[in-house]
Design a protein around this ligand. Structure first.
Ligand code: PLP
Length: 395
């Protein structure tokens, strides 16, 4: 069947790139004509282990033949192991598995509302950040500071205020007695790659402690090793009360999670307060466990730590060399290059695809680099070569 036929039967929300992808191997993708592409997008930060990873795929195949789904009415070893892995890696205590990132955010919002409710606060409010992205369901969309995304879907969740990212005074000015949580991406992604600053994050932690409100770290894009640590908040020496994960947590199997401290667990959601038919099923949790196993055996975090200075240097050199490449920003393998308005990012992406490099965009006019976490130094060089071929067309 012709893949383009989907245009008649799929709700037309995505402007897809003009490529039909058929398979992947390591950090390369192959289209229906057999052309090879170097992938620096990883399915929007999902495929941390690249494609056709042997251990990961074997674990899934084994689980497929054993048990795919049971519902959360039963015990299963996989969910217990996956929760332990995630609790240990995050430094937090208890996990609820979801099917996507946006659902993890919805759950985190309910946790915060319930925590406040138990203290006698009704109609609790949130503080989120400008240029944030937290997902597309109505709750997560309410936390996403993008008028274009929000406008047709109002009314959204009430009582959400947007503060300046990395500006503590701006956050404090929005605080009131109904605030139940401060929500931020440890490294902003969709809105433009922008890491939190340590003093800002520390001040938020302190404020949340003083006021007994929850600090919610959205680690859906920047977490699971992308920053060189399991979770990006570790770079800032803080521990949130709640964190959300997804994307690389299942490396392509749809799984997300919100994870809470023991204190929050004891004072928020109880039996019957939340649920999910699929969330944390045996197959999804087999994926999570296979991801953690591969991270350990293949020293994935070490690879990110070792190579991210080289990736940064490579991108900085492009800033020096091309006057329309204005700025690099990022942390680890989550990097952005801001382009001047005279060169459209979509045109650069298209040129890059002609040169067999897959990249995506973010922010106003930025290139976004989210390679699989298994890339090698030679592949950073290969990316540079292909990107430079593409950038030269705009000089
Ligand atoms: N939060 C962040 C930081 C994200 O980057 C995303 C997706 O890009 C989401 C939440 C939503 O995740 P999902 O698309 O899995 O619902």
């Amino acid at each position: 069947m012709n893949a383009y036929k989907e245009q008649s039967h799929i709700v037309q929300i995505y402007k897809r790139f003009d490529l039909v992808l058929e398979r992947g191997k390591s950090v390369y993708l192959y289209d229906d004509k057999g052309q090879e592409f170097l992938d620096f997008a990883a399915g929007i930060g999902v495929c941390a282990l690249g494609y056709a990873h042997k251990g990961f795929n074997e674990a899934l195949k084994t689980q497929l033949d054993k048990l795919i789904h049971t519902s959360n009415l039963f015990y299963n070893e996989n969910i217990a192991q996956a929760a332990l892995n995630l609790a240990k890696a995050s430094g937090l205590s208890r996990v609820f598995f979801t099917n996507s990132g946006t659902e993890a955010i919805e759950g985190a919002m309910k946790v915060a509302r319930k925590y406040a409710y138990n203290k006698g606060i009704k109609n609790a409010e949130f503080i989120a950040m400008k240029h944030s992205f937290h997902g597309r369901t109505l709750g997560a969309l309410s936390l996403t500071a993008n008028e274009k995304y929000q406008k047709p879907f109002k009314p959204l969740v009430r009582g959400i205020k947007f503060a300046e990212f990395n500006n503590f005074e701006s956050v404090r000015a929005k605080l009131n007695e109904k605030t139940c949580a401060i929500v931020l991406e440890s490294v902003q992604g969709e809105g433009g790659i922008n890491p939190a600053q340590k003093p800002f994050y520390e001040a938020l932690r302190k404020l949340c402690d003083e006021k007994d409100i929850l600090l919610i770290a959205d680690e859906i894009q920047c977490g699971m090793g992308r920053s060189g640590k399991f979770f990006a908040y570790e770079h800032f020496g803080i521990l949130p009360d709640v964190m959300t994960s997804a994307k690389a947590l299942g490396c392509g199997l749809s799984v997300g999670a919100f994870v809470v401290s023991e204190k929050v667990a004891q004072h928020s959601l109880e039996y019957g307060d939340h649920g999910s038919t699929y969330g944390g099923n045996p197959l999804a949790c087999a994926a999570v466990n296979a991801v953690f196993k591969a991270f350990k055996e293949e020293k994935i975090l070490e690879n990110v730590k070792k190579l991210s200075p080289y990736l940064e240097k490579t991108l900085e050199e492009l800033v020096q060399k091309y006057n329309f490449v204005q700025k690099r920003s990022g942390l680890g393998f989550m990097q952005g290059l801001s382009l001047s308005p005279k060169v459209k990012v979509a045109d650069v992406l298209s040129k890059a695809r002609q040169n067999k490099l897959i990249l995506i965009s973010c922010g106003k006019n930025d290139l976004r680099f989210l390679p699989p976490l298994i890339i090698k130094k030679e592949q950073i060089d290969e990316m540079r070569e292909k990107l430079e071929q593409s950038l030269k067309a705009f000089v």
